[in-house]
Ligand binder design. Structure first.
Ligand code: IPM
Ligand code: MG
Length: 356
C-alpha cells in the first residue's frame, strides 16, 4: 500500500508529521513517499503542483495532504497560487466525492460556540460534490460586458454548471452513505433562483427512486445555513454542490468546537482518495508547535478505512483520539480550564501511546 505524503504550507508539515508518526506505529506494510505541494512546491520547483508530485499522487493508493496557502502568494497569477495544487489534484484524479463529517466529541461540547444542548452528540456528514459547479465551470474570465445597463464596462464572470452524470453519481454516494447511518438525506440547492440547482433537485429526486428506504428532504441553501445553527442535530447526511458545500462545511465545523478536529476524504470512482484536515494552512501559527494535529490524524483513519481496506486500524486510531481527549489533553484551540495544554508533537505522541 503506497501513500503519497504531501505536507504543503503553513502548519501542514507539522500536522502531517504527527499523522505519519501514528501511521508508522500501526505496524502495517505502508510505503510512504513525500513530495512538495502548494507554496512550498512553488518555491522549490516554480509550480504549486509539479509534474513529479502529480505523478506520485496518481500512482499512490491514497494521498495524505496537509494544507496549502499563504497570504504572501496572493499576488501571484492564479495558476501559480498554492490553492491551484489542491484544485488541480481534485480535478486530475477525479476526486468528486468529498466527505466532511462534523462530529462533536463529548469532551468538547463546551468548546462549541453554540449552546451545549444543541451540539451534544452531534454527528452529521456533509457530502460535497468536488469537481464541478462554479469552481470549474467554463467559460470564466474578464471581458467587456456584452450587454446590460453597464455594457462595455469591464466585468468578471464564472459559470455554474452541472451535468446529469455528475449529479447522479454524487446523489448515489449520499444515499449509499445514508444507508450506513440513519437513512436520511438533505439535498441542499437554490432551485428557487438557479437553473443549475433546479436541475440538481430534479436529478436527485429521480435517483432517489432507487432508494425508497432512504428519506429525502430538499432545502434551500440559505435556510440550510440557518438550520445548521438553529437545530444541527436535525440533519444526518447533507449532499450539495461544490460551492455550497465549501461554505456549509466551514459553518458545520464550528458547531463541533474546533475546525482543528475535522478530517475529510475526497474519493474518486476507483476508491483512490485524498485525505486532508478540513482546516487551512494557518500561516499565523505555523512553526510554533501549537497546531492541533487531530484532524490530520483522523484523516489518516479515514484513509485506512476508505482506501486501504484496514477498518480495524481506522477504529484503533479513532479510539486513541477519544482516549487522549478523555485524558484531558488539549491543544490551544480546544483548551479550556481544567484540561492540560499540549503542543502538536505532544498530542501526536499521546495518540501513539494510546494506540498501544
Ligand atoms: C476547502 C478549501 C478549498 C476550497 C480552497 C483552499 C481552494 O476552502 O477545501 O474547503 O475552496 O475547496
Ligand atoms: Mg473551504
Amino acid at each position: 500500500m503506497k501513500i503519497a505524503i504531501l505536507p504543503g504550507d503553513g502548519i501542514g508539515p507539522e500536522i502531517v508529521a504527527e499523522a505519519v508518526k501514528v501511521l508508522r506505529a500501526l505496524d502495517l506494510a505502508l510505503e510512504m513517499e513525500t513530495a512538495p505541494v502548494g507554496g512550498a512546491a512553488y518555491e522549490a520547483a516554480g509550480h504549486p503542483l509539479p509534474e513529479s508530485t502529480l505523478k506520485l499522487a496518481r500512482e499512490a493508493d491514497a494521498i495524505l495532504f496537509g494544507a496549502v496557502g499563504d497570504w504572501k502568494y496572493d499576488t501571484l497569477d492564479r495558476p501559480l497560487r498554492p490553492e491551484q495544487a489542491i484544485l488541480g489534484l481534485r480535478k486530475a484524479l477525479g476526486l468528486f466525492a468529498n466527505f466532511r463529517p462534523a462530529i462533536c466529541y463529548e469532551q468538547l461540547t463546551h468548546a462549541s460556540s453554540l449552546k451545549p444542548e444543541l451540539v451534544a452528540g452531534l454527528d452529521i456528514l456533509i457530502i460535497r460534490e468536488l469537481t464541478g459547479d462554479i469552481y470549474f465551470g467554463q467559460p470564466r474570465g474578464r471581458r467587456a460586458a456584452p450587454d446590460g445597463p453597464f455594457a462595455g464596462a469591464q466585468e468578471a464572470f464564472d459559470t455554474m454548471r452541472y451535468t446529469r452524470p455528475e449529479i447522479e453519481r454524487i446523489a448515489r454516494v449520499a444515499f449509499d452513505a445514508a444507508r450506513q447511518r440513519s437513512n436520511r438525506v438533505t439535498s441542499v440547492d437554490k432551485a428557487n433562483v438557479l437553473e443549475t440547482f433546479q436541475f440538481w433537485k430534479d436529478v436527485v429526486t429521480e435517483v432517489h427512486k432507487d432508494y425508497p428506504d432512504v428519506e429525502l428532504q430538499h432545502m434551500y441553501v440559505d435556510n440550510a445555513a440557518m438550520q445548521l445553527v438553529k437545530a444541527p442535530k436535525a440533519f444526518d447526511v447533507i449532499v450539495t454542490g461544490n460551492m455550497f458545500g465549501d461554505i456549509l462545511s466551514d459553518e458545520a465545523s464550528m458547531l463541533t468546537g474546533s475546525i482543528g478536529m475535522l478530517p475529510s476524504a475526497s474519493l474518486n470512482d476507483r476508491e483512490q482518495g485524498l485525505y486532508e484536515p478540513s482546516h487551512g494552512s494557518a500561516p499565523d501559527i505555523a512553526g510554533k508547535g501549537v497546531a492541533n494535529p487531530l484532524a490530520t490524524i483522523l484523516s489518516a483513519a479515514m484513509m485506512l478505512r476508505f482506501s486501504l481496506n484496514q477498518p480495524e486500524a481506522a477504529d484503533r486510531i479513532e479510539a486513541a483520539v477519544r482516549k487522549v481527549l478523555a485524558q484531558g489533553l488539549r491543544t490551544p484551540d480546544i483548551h479550556s480550564e481544567g484540561t492540560a495544554r499540549v503542543g502538536t508533537a505532544q498530542m501526536g505522541d499521546a495518540v501513539v501511546n494510546a494506540l498501544r
